[in-house]
Each structure stands twice: as C-alpha cells, then as structure tokens.
Design a protein around this ligand. Structure first.
Ligand code: VG1
Ligand code: CO
Length: 544
C-alpha cells in the first residue's frame, strides 16, 4: 500500500453549502488546500466511508478533472474501498444519483455548479449525496460545515493520475477505481419507466424533436437515449459535446439562454417538441411548437397524466413542490385525489417525502422536475416523460397543457431575478419586508386584499426537522401570490428572486401574455418591497 501523507491545513471561512452544495468561483477552489479541506470534512463528518463504495463525477466543467484526481487520492487515504467514476469524469447529477442507488454506494461526490457559467473565470461546485442518492439534508451539510471550521489536516496518498478516458479498473493505493460508462445504469432505468417502443413508433411515424444539451453533461446521455435507443435522427441533439466552458454560454435552460433551441421551436417548420437541460443535467425546459411550457405547468401536466407512463401506471402517491413553485400542481393533485406537499426551495427537502413514499413526483419552478426513480431532479427524465405522453395520447405538447388549463384553470406565473445586487441592499430589502409582515394582512394593494403574509417556515412531515426564513410570501384573497427570497446558489453579490402568480379560472382568458396578465401584480411586488428604490434596478436581469 502506498504511503498516506498527512498535510497540515487551517480552516477557510465560508465553506458552507447553499441551496445545492458549495459553490464558489473557480479561483477560490484553486487556492491551495481549499478543495482538500472540504473533501476531508466530508470524510470526517459523514461516517461509513471507510471500506465502502463512493461514486464520483461531475458536469465536466473547468477544474472537474483536477478535482477528481485529488479526490481519488484523498478517498484512498481515507480508506474508501472502491470508487466508481464516470468516464472522462462525467456524471450528470441525476446519473450520479442513479448509480449511488443502483450500486449500493455509501454516497457520491458530485462536482458541479449546475447552470452557473464555467471556465477559469466561472464557477465550480461540490456536493455530497448520501446512500439514498439525494442531496445531503441540512443535518449533514451542517456537520460538514462545522468540520470545515475546525480542520487541521487532511490525508492523501501519492499516486499517479488515473486515466479517466477508458473504462476499466485500476488502483490508487489499495483502493479500486472503476471507470464506468456514465450513461449505462441511467439509460437502463429510463427503459423501465417509459414506453420506449411507443416513443420509437412515434418518431418512426415522423414526429420530430430537438434536444439542446447546451454543451453540457447531458450530451452523451441524450445521444445514447434519444438517438441510439429511440431512433431519433442524428442532429436531434444539438450542442451535444460537453465542453469545459460550455462553449462560453450559460448552461441554463430558459428562453434567454437556450437561444439555439428557441430559434428552432419558434421558427418555420418547427419540431413537435423542444427541450434543453442545464450544466449538470438536472434541469429541463420543455417547448411545444411555438409554445413555452412553464416548469410549474409541466409538473402539473405530468401529475394529471402520470398513469400514461408504465413506471407510474399504478398511480402516484402524492406530489411535492417547492414553496415558490406555482399552485398549478396543487390543482392537478386535487383533481387526481392525491396530497400535495409544499417544501422550501432546494431538492434536498424532497428526500424524506420520496424515501417515505409520500410523494412520487416533485418539482420546482426553476426548471426542475423529478420523481422517486432517483433522488435528484432529472432533466432527461422529464423529456422522456413528455415524449411518452405525446406518444400515448396522440396529443401535442400544447394540447396537453391546454387540457390542464381547461380542467384545473390556468395559473399565470413569472419569476423576476435581479442578479448581482449589492448584498447589503438586498438584505435590507428582505429585513424591511419581514418587519412589515405582521401588519400586512387585511391591507389592499392594486385592488387585492392580503389574506396572509409570513416568512415561510417548514417542518418536515417525515422526520420533524425544521427550516426557517425560507422566503417571504404574500398571499392575496383571490389566490394571487408574491414571494421574495434571496438566491442560495450565486457567487457574486446577491440575487433577489421575485415570484409572481395569479390563477385565472375563466377559459376565455387563458390566452393572455404572461407579463401582461400579471402587470398589476408585478407593480404591487415592486411597490411592496421598494425594489427599484432599494436596488436601483428598474428592470429584472432575467425573466422566466
Ligand atoms: C436555485 C433554484 C432552486 C434550485 C437550485 C439548484 O436556487 O431557485 O429551485 O433547487 O437553484 O438548482 P437559488 O437558491 O439560487 O434560488 V441546480 O440545477 O443547482 O442544481
Ligand atoms: Co442543475
């Protein structure tokens, strides 16, 4: 066995995981000992790694390869028996979750900053998922963070780099390193959930789709599943080669950043379905022909039609959405006679509900949809679900959403993001809003009466854990809602997110432009928080 080297170190401030892992600028991670401290804190704070299997991979962004070699040497020194690492260091976030579960691993380390920009000046990130395959709950991330504050040394073995480009087994010290096909377990799981034969027939019959992998990790997954297994013609997957800087783009699947896809779906001779996913493959955007499906409506549509897919044919136990996600899925759940749970933002809060069998489908307004098949949101899964629905019902994407609106009413929904705001100004804005909450009920704004206003607090119905201060919500008597929260994934200044929605039950009014339909509430949201006055911003940076 090669020698274990112990390296003396001192703590770094602020190694605190946010909404989804520790995210910082690449340059922060490049400081000597920075990555090592955090990784050692994982091994120190989470028992059971010694003698066990660890899954390792990332979204392929700049620094992925360097970090993987370091983590392999540290895992060996910390007694891990075997590491399963995706070929070329790639594993999508849902792909990693799938492998952790399928191979009975102790856990996984996923290297990703999701939809944040990559490259030497971009962002990097790391998170730990325990054996259920989901993001670590706060109890674990708090323990890791506490450990980073008291760390004095980390361990690694001296060993040559592992060649990640070929599948097969080698050794680092006495630890086995198995380079695995990143797609195999995941693709096999998808075949158990969806009717691949029906989707193949749909495509053979001339149905066209376009999938934009945004130069990120889902490229190999989409090539294998959509083109090789489902028979979609070559060229169906665009931007399908993972690049360390995502081609200079923002790997964020929305109408602004997925411009190649949007141009095709809103152009002449558009395909019947368009989709995109993010840097680490857990987000998705669904488009019909000249038709945008909001993530909240996507979740509600899947809920209404879930039994059309073989994996969900026996029915769903319940659904869950993050608090700022629109109430469309609440309506769909009611129509299906199943419970709907409301959790704080971040996939980690769905884990207990999924593990306990209380929720089958989950979703977030931030282009996240998933189910109990893994413990992360899953971009390609959502695309396959939609394809399965189109194949099974013979309806278009637009028709399926219009059917949701006809049966449950339409919930007009938008999110306005103010990025790179001065941190102090953003925190003041939130504190001032919080201070006003006790007096807001009963007051009228833009013709609407406030029914209730609070700072969302959550008690997990399964394990009783609690999370406070999860976002200010103002609920109006007519069902309209405005929510404010600060992002927990950014790396520069603060990002204020404002979520605005109102239900519209009159079918004659289901064809309005979303921003126009919400114009009055958007003004109210600005007035109540004094956004323009406090941030100096007249317009949001991004509207989704
Ligand atoms: C954002 C989204 C949240 C999502 C999180 C991680 O968090 O709002 O819904 O779970 O990103 O997504 P925040 O704190 O910035 O609002 V991803 O695709 O990192 O993996
Ligand atoms: Co992501």
């Amino acid at each position: 066995m090669s020698d274990i080297r112990t390296v003396a170190t001192t703590p770094f401030e602020g190694q605190k995981p946010g909404t989804s892992g520790l995210r910082k600028k690449v340059t922060v991670f490049q400081q000597p000992h920075y990555l090592e401290n955090f990784v050692q804190a994982i091994f120190d704070a989470v028992p059971g790694g010694a003698g066990a299997t660890l899954v390792l991979g990332g979204d392929g962004r700049f620094y992925n390869r360097v970090a993987i070699q370091t983590i392999l040497r540290m895992a060996a020194a910390n007694g891990v028996a075997r590491v399963l690492v995706g070929r070329d260091g790639l594993l999508s976030t849902p792909g990693a979750s799938c492998v952790i579960r399928a191979r009975g691993a102790w856990g996984g380390i996923i290297l990703s900053a999701s939809h944040n920009q990559g490259g030497p000046d971009g962002d990097f990130g790391i998170k730990f998922n325990p054996s259920n395959g989901g993001p670590a709950p706060e109890r674990i991330t708090d323990a890791i963070h506490a450990r980073t504050g008291e760390i004095t040394e980390y361990r690694l073995v001296d060993a040559p780099e592992v060649d990640l480009s070929v599948e097969g087994t080698s050794r680092v010290g006495s630890m086995a390193v198995e380079v695995i096909n990143p797609v195999a377990d995941y693709a096999a799981l998808m075949e158990t959930l969806f009717d691949f034969e029906a989707i193949r027939a749909l495509i053979r019959g001339g149905f066209r789709l376009c999938f934009d992998a945004m130069h990120a990790v889902n490229g190999p997954y989409a090539h294998e599943i959509l083109e090789n297994r489902l028979g979609a013609p070559a060229g169906t997957v665009i931007n399908g080669t993972p690049l360390e800087d995502f081609g200079g783009g923002h790997p964020d699947p929305n109408l602004v950043h997925a411009h190649d896809l949007v141009a095709r779906l809103f152009g002449d001779d558009a395909p019947g379905l368009g989709a995109a996913s993010d840097g680490d493959g857990d987000r998705n955007m669904i488009l019909g022909r000249r038709f945008y499906v909001t993530p909240s409506d996507s979740l509600a549509t899947l809920t209404l039609n879930a039994t059309q897919a073989p994996g969900y044919a026996r029915g769903i136990a319940g659904v869950a959405r993050s608090m700022p996600t629109s109430q469309a899925v609440d309506r769909a759940a009611r129509a299906m006679g199943v419970p709907c749970f409301e959790t704080p933002t971040g996939w980690k809060f769905f884990g207990t509900l999924l593990d306990a069998g209380k929720a089958t489908l989950c979703g977030e307004e931030s282009f996240g949809t998933g189910s109990d098949h893994v413990r992360e949101k899953d971009g390609l899964w959502a695309v396959l679900f939609w394809l399965n629905l189109v194949a099974a019902t013979g309806r278009s994407v637009e028709d399926l959403v219009r059917d949701l609106w006809a049966r449950c009413g339409r919930v007009y929904y938008t999110r306005h993001d103010y990025e790179g705001v001065d941190t102090g100004a953003a925190e003041d804005l939130m504190e001032t809003l919080r201070a006003r909450l006790p007096d807001l009920a009963g007051t009228t704004h833009g013709g609407r009466v406030v029914r209730m206003a609070d700072d969302f607090a959550y008690t997990d119905p399964v394990d009783g854990s609690t999370a406070a201060r999860q976002g200010v919500r103002i609920l109006f008597e007519d069902g309209a809602r405005v929510v404010y929260r600060l992002s927990g994934t950014g790396t520069e200044g603060a990002t204020l997110r404002v979520y605005i929605e109102r239900p519209e039950d009159d079918p004659a009014r289901h064809d309005q432009d979303t921003q126009a339909a919400l114009a009055n509430l958007i003004r109210v949201a600005d007035d109540l928080a004094g956004i323009q006055a406090r941030t100096g911003r007249g317009e949001p940076t991004v509207i989704t």
